[in-house]
Design a protein around this ligand. Structure first.
Ligand code: SF4
Length: 180
């Protein structure tokens, strides 16, 4: 796949932003806000991994470009990085490349969409409300730091930023992540 200069520049800026401690702290603050709201509502999580099996449960997980870059950087740093083959397998299986044996092995880098999602029926209203809140806050970060705002389906965003990261040598894309 060929990337336009504009798209490449946009992705490079997202990677720079994801590595910027100030921006990283702002994203982490959003995650903490979401976590606090979730703690207060106390929805039930049976750790079934359902929320990560997109096709089976008809879930479309969306994330921003910065979130995709951030997750790739953090998981690579903790030895849980993914490569194109992992992504291909996940797409084929209708799941996420970091969902191993029903567990998320990218907890530190997972996007806000993963943090707000609960299959507990009691959280039906809370989930979209929190997701909107997180997206609004993420958009504000883009405005504040003059970044191009874009979001899309999780694995599509990952693929797009991985192609640029690979071409630019930002990430050394590895083999399969381990659950150990
Ligand atoms: S990042 Fe983690 S929580 Fe989010 S979909 Fe992937 S495995 Fe599931």
């Amino acid at each position: 796949m060929k990337y336009s200069i504009e798209a490449t520049t946009k992705v490079r800026r997202w990677f720079d932003a994801a590595r910027d401690p100030e921006i990283d702290a702002e994203v982490a603050a959003i995650h903490e806000e979401v976590a606090e709201a979730v703690r207060a509502a106390a929805p039930l999580c049976l750790a079934s991994g359902q929320c990560c099996r997109f096709r089976e449960n008809r879930i479309r997980l969306e994330a921003t470009g910065i979130e995709a870059c951030r997750c790739l950087l953090l998981t690579a740093a903790s030895g849980r990085g993914i490569g194109h083959a992992d992504l291909d397998q996940a797409i084929e299986a209708g799941t996420c490349p970091w969902n191993i044996d029903r567990l998320c092995v990218a907890r530190e880098g997972r996007p806000s969409g993963c943090r707000v999602y609960y299959c507990d029926p009691r959280a039906k209203e809370l989930v979209p409300k929190l997701q909107r809140h997180a997206m609004d806050r993420l958009q504000a970060i883009h405005v504040r730091h003059q970044l191009i705002w874009a979001f899309g389906e999780w694995r599509e965003m990952l693929r797009g930023v991985m192609l640029v990261a690979e071409a630019d040598g930002i990430l050394d894309l590895p083999g399969a992540p381990s659950s150990g």
